[in-house]
Design a protein. Structure first.
Length: 291
């Protein structure tokens, strides 16, 4: 059985970081798993990584469950996109518009790979009539909360304020840009792998992190998939055995399994595959868990 390290009680100190799994899913439409999204929280400020389907409702649920002011709709103002695959971005329009409709009075600030600006502009164009009606019609909505400031990123330091510093690094997810992110908070270093196959340089980016949030697929169950499918996914994702070797080198305080491709594998079986070569603390990340 996995070791339970979920924080059921915690302070709201401005120097304490928290990781909230808003969605742990994949492209598979599992009703128990919203699309991939993680909130890094420091004090009353949230930093959202990816926005799969269901993100806004999961943020509301987490706010209600843990009384986290950082996840109030008006405070969902910072988004970091690892890449533009649909399962990681289908909640983007929701994150742009729903907090605004509910009163957010400041733009969303989005950091993502090349193509993020075009995607954003197309979404705003698609909802042009909705924006017009809400601003100029009887609703009299504010004219700021639906706006988006986009910064298309390169590897290196991409964001810094007086609470966090965020570095982006390229990962191997096929033929288009995909990033992992390293968050430096007052009390921890938190790494999110993004979707990636293992490469040698990843170890350098992962080193000295306290929390490693990593995508993974179950090695044994993987072999039951069609061969062409195996060939493709083995080049763009990380197996449990590969992650086991990575974690044994990085030695994070906590390894959170994320964006998991199971097929007929259980939590215990997946964790057992990783523990074959790694003895550190592991948790299988679930929607609305907090660490």
């Amino acid at each position: 059985m996995e070791e339970v390290v979920i924080l059921q009680e915690f302070s709201l100190s401005s120097k304490e970081s928290k990781v909230v799994i808003l969605g742990s899913g994949t492209p598979i439409p599992d009703p128990n798993k919203s699309g991939p999204s993680v909130a890094i929280i420091v004090g009353n400020f949230s930093y959202i990584v990816d926005c799969g389907p269901g993100i806004v409702r999961r943020a509301v649920a987490a706010h209600q469950k843990y009384a986290l002011k950082a996840l109030e709709l008006k405070n969902l103002k910072r988004l970091f996109l690892t890449h533009l695959h649909s399962d990681h971005t289908l909640g983007y329009s929701d994150l742009i518009f729903t907090p605004w409709v509910m009163g957010r009075n400041a733009p969303l600030n989005t950091y993502g790979p090349k193509g993020t600006l075009a995607m954003t502009n197309h979404l705003l164009a698609a909802y042009r009539e909705d924006i017009r009606e809400r601003v100029d019609g009887l609703e009299h909505a504010n004219n700021r909360g639906y706006r988006v400031n986009v910064q298309e990123i390169n590897p290196g330091l991409i964001y810094e304020d007086n609470r966090v510093k965020v570095e982006a690094f390229l990962v191997n997810h096929g033929s288009w840009p995909c990033f992992g992110f390293k968050f430096f908070t007052p009390d921890r270093v938190i790494v999110i792998s993004g979707d990636t196959a293992p490469t040698d340089h990843l170890i350098d980016h992962y080193m000295n992190c306290n929390v490693l949030i990593h995508e993974v697929y179950a090695s044994k169950a993987f072999t039951t998939r069609p061969m062409a499918w195996q060939v493709y996914h083995s080049h763009v994702h990380t197996s449990s055995r590969e992650l086991s070797r990575i974690a044994s080198k990085v030695k994070p305080d906590l390894l959170i399994l994320y964006h998991q491709l199971y097929w007929n594998s259980t939590d215990d079986e997946l964790i057992a595959e990783i523990k074959a070569n790694y003895s550190g603390r592991i948790v299988s990340g679930k929607d609305l868990e907090i660490y």
